[in-house]
Ligand binder design. Structure first.
Ligand SMILES: Cc1ncc(COP(=O)(O)O)c(C=O)c1O
Length: 415
C-alpha cells in the first residue's frame, strides 16, 4: 500500500473506533472509500491526493462560495487580529452591523436578527419566538421536510429522525407540501406557526406552485399564525435571488438563515424577524441567549459572505449557470428516460428526479465514480440533489453535465 492509502486506512479505523463504527462501515460497504484532504474552490481531494470530486452537494449550501474562498479566509484572518467571539450579554458593534445588513437585504419590515451557531438552533429560536408572540404551542411543517436535529426543529421534522429520540409531540403536525387545502384543514386556533423550507431539499426539491406561498401567508394571517421560512438551503443566492422566498412575493414573519452564512469557515446563523416580533424580548431581553451565536468573529466573516453573494453581478452569474444546467439537464432527461423522469430547478437549487426510489442511491455512487459529489434526497430517494457551488465558471458547469451523463449511463445499465 502507498503512504496515502495507509494513512486513509488508519483514519477509517480510528473513525470506526471513536466516532461511528457503522458510518465508517457504511462507506466501505458502498465503495466510497474517501476521506477529504485538500479542498479548494469547487473541489475536494481524497486524503491520499488521487481522487478529486467536484462538490455538487456543498453540504446543502455551506460551500455556496466554494471551499476556502480567499476573501472569506482574509476576512477571518483580519477578524482574528482584532476580535474574538465577543460577549453575548453586551452590546456588540459586529452584531449590530451584520443585523443591519441582513435587514436591508430582507423583505420590508424584517428588521431584527437573533444570531445562533447552527441551523437547528436558529429554527428552535424561530419557534420559541412564535410561541411567545402568539401564546400558542402548535407548529405545522411539511411531511418530508427538514429543519435540523435539535429540540423544536427535530419535533418539526420527519418521524424517521424524531421517533428514535422520543421527540414526537401532539403540538407538531405535518401536512403535504404544496397542498393549500391540507394546510387549511389543519390550521386551528392552537397553531403558533407554520414552517416550510422555501423548496424542501430533503424532500427532493419539489418546486411549489407560483401562488402557493401567497395562499399560505393568507391562511396564516387569517388564523393568527406566524409564517417561518427556512432559507437554510435556499438563501444567500442559491436560487438566483438573495432569498428564495423573494420569487414568491411574500413577506414572511421570520426567515432562518444558516449553513452558507459562515462561508464554510466560521459557523453563524440568523433568525430574521419582522420588527413587530422584537416585542417578545421587551419584558426580559435576556430570556434567550447563545454564547457563541453571532460571535463577533463570525459576524465579520458573514459580512464578507453577504457582500459577495448579494451583488447583482453574482446573482446574474447564478442565473446564467442555471440556464446552462436547465438546457443540459433537459437534454439528458429526454435522452435517458429509463433513468430520469424530470429536472426540478429554481436557479441552482436542483433535483434530478429518477424513475425509482432505488436509483437515487445508485446515482450517488455512480456520480462519485464519475468524479461528482452528489447526494440523494433522504426523504425521497428517487431524487438526486444537485447543488453546484455558485462560483463555478461555465466550462466547469459543462464538465459537471458531461460527468453527470457518464453517471447516468452507468446507472442505465442496471435499469
Ligand atoms: C433546510 C434546513 N434547515 C435546517 C437545517 C439544520 O441546520 P444545522 O445542521 O446547521 O443544524 C438544515 C441542515 O441540513 C437544513 O437543510
Amino acid at each position: 500500500m502507498e503512504q496515502g492509502e495507509v494513512q486513509k486506512e488508519a483514519v477509517f479505523k480510528k473513525y470506526a473506533r471513536h466516532v461511528s463504527s457503522r458510518k465508517a462501515q457504511f462507506f466501505l460497504d458502498v465503495g466510497i472509500h474517501f476521506v477529504p484532504g485538500k479542498r479548494e474552490g469547487p473541489f475536494i481531494w481524497d486524503i491520499e491526493g488521487k481522487k478529486r470530486l467536484i462538490n455538487c452537494h456543498v453540504n446543502g449550501g455551506v460551500f455556496n462560495l466554494g471551499h476556502r474562498h480567499p476573501e472569506i479566509i482574509a476576512a477571518l484572518e483580519s477578524a482574528m487580529r482584532s476580535v474574538d467571539i465577543g460577549n453575548h450579554h453586551l452590546v456588540s458593534k459586529q452584531k449590530a452591523d451584520l443585523a443591519e445588513r441582513l435587514a436591508a437585504l430582507s423583505p420590508k419590515g424584517m428588521e431584527y436578527v437573533v444570531f445562533g451557531v447552527s441551523g437547528g438552533e436558529a429554527v428552535d429560536t424561530a419557534i420559541k419566538i412564535a410561541r411567545k408572540a402568539t401564546g400558542r404551542r402548535g407548529v405545522i411543517s411539511a411531511l418530508g421536510g427538514y429543519h435540523g436535529h435539535t429540540g423544536l426543529a427535530l419535533a418539526a421534522g420527519d418521524a424517521k429522525y424524531r421517533e428514535p429520540f422520543l421527540s414526537g409531540s401532539p403540538d407538531f403536525l405535518q401536512v403535504p407540501f404544496n397542498d393549500v387545502a391540507a394546510l387549511k384543514n389543519r390550521l386551528n386556533p392552537s397553531i403558533a406557526a407554520v414552517i416550510f423550507e422555501t423548496i424542501p431539499a430533503t424532500l427532493g426539491m419539489p418546486i411549489p406552485d407560483d401562488d402557493y406561498y401567497s395562499q399560505v401567508k393568507r391562511l396564516c394571517a387569517q388564523n393568527g399564525s406566524l409564517l417561518i421560512i427556512d432559507e437554510v438551503q435556499t438563501g444567500l443566492g442559491r436560487t438566483g435571488r438573495f432569498w428564495g422566498i423573494s420569487h414568491y412575493g411574500v413577506v414572511p414573519d421570520m426567515i432562518v438563515s444558516a449553513k452558507g452564512l459562515g462561508g464554510g469557515i466560521y459557523p453563524i446563523t440568523a433568525t430574521i424577524l419582522h420588527k413587530d416580533l422584537e416585542a417578545v424580548f421587551h419584558e426580559d431581553p435576556f430570556i434567550h441567549i447563545s454564547t457563541a451565536g453571532g460571535a463577533d468573529i463570525g459576524c465579520l466573516v458573514a459580512q464578507k459572505v453577504i457582500e459577495i453573494s448579494s451583488k447583482d453581478v453574482f446573482l446574474q452569474h447564478v442565473n446564467d449557470l442555471a440556464d446552462v444546467f436547465a438546457a443540459g439537464m433537459k437534454a439528458l432527461v429526454l435522452r435517458y428516460s429509463k433513468v430520469l423522469s424530470a429536472f426540478r430547478q429554481k436557479g441552482l437549487m436542483c433535483g434530478l428526479k429518477t424513475t425509482s426510489p432505488d436509483l437515487g442511491p445508485l446515482m450517488t455512487k455512480a456520480c462519485y465514480d464519475a468524479g461528482l459529489l452528489c447526494i440523494y434526497a433522504g426523504n425521497d430517494t428517487s431524487v438526486v440533489q444537485l447543488l453546484p457551488p455558485l462560483i463555478i465558471d461555465i466550462p466547469l458547469a459543462q464538465e459537471i453535465l458531461q460527468r453527470m451523463e457518464k453517471a447516468i449511463e452507468m446507472v442505465e445499465a442496471f435499469v
